[in-house]
Design a protein around this ligand. Structure first.
Ligand code: AMP
Length: 200
């Protein structure tokens, strides 16, 4: 094993020889708050600085485009997964390798397979859908990949309240709270991934 936790997650450590990869789920809207867009810039740059590959839905819109551009600008590796029917709407970035697929399900499956952990930034229904699917797969013990909800403010609090609500109603076991990881800064989020990822 490499001599530090940071180095242990570089390309040599990935199970199938691919780079250690973090899937970023985030909003596709450019109309959101400037600090959310800046958080996406910071996330892309920080992934590149750690030499972790960024996997995302592809495209150049909203936080998604901001994070991908920032990662590439910092010399990082990025993989986008884009359904053909969305390519025009979500604007495929020339500077980012993008795998074209036919369906949303295919997109999500490849994003899952190509990633070792998930980072969830502020987003809308698409972001929620993707993050909740990964949580539900964790609940079914289909994977052990960390899922970190990242926001500098209380953006994710209503979602955590909803999860608490399902726990209080005894529809979700209390121990599932252990899987609901959150971070208030990019550095904290990446450190949490480093600490929680299961090394094989
Ligand atoms: P949003 O958070 O709504 O801005 O969406 C973020 C991203 O999630 C966009 O690229 C959407 O195309 C994508 N998305 C929305 N629904 C799905 C889905 N069911 N499967 C995969 N990606 C989705």
């Amino acid at each position: 094993m490499a001599d530090s936790a940071f180095r242990s997650l570089t390309e040599t450590d990935a199970a199938d020889g691919r780079p250690f990869s973090v899937c970023v789920y985030c909003g596709s809207s450019d109309a959101t708050r400037a600090d959310y867009l800046r958080l996406a810039d910071e996330t892309g740059a920080a992934l590149a600085a750690r030499r972790w590959r960024m996997v995302y839905g592809g495209g150049g819109v909203g936080l998604m485009g901001r994070a991908a551009r920032a990662a590439r600008a910092a010399g990082g590796e990025v993989l986008g997964i884009m359904p053909r029917f969305l390519a025009r709407r979500e604007i495929v970035l020339q500077e980012v390798p993008t795998r074209m697929v036919d369906t949303m399900h295919e997109r999500k499956r490849i994003m899952f397979d190509e990633s070792d952990a998930f980072l969830v930034l502020p987003g809308g229904i698409g972001t929620l859908e993707e993050a909740v699917e990964m949580l539900s797969w964790r609940r079914l013990e289909l994977h052990l990949k960390p899922i970190i909800f990242l926001a500098e403010d209380d953006f994710w609090e209503p979602f955590f309240h909803l999860m608490q609500h399902t726990i209080q109603a005894r529809l979700t076991p209390p121990h599932f709270l252990d899987v609901l990881d959150s971070a208030k800064s990019v550095a904290e989020a990446l450190d949490a991934i480093d600490a929680k990822v299961v090394r094989t």
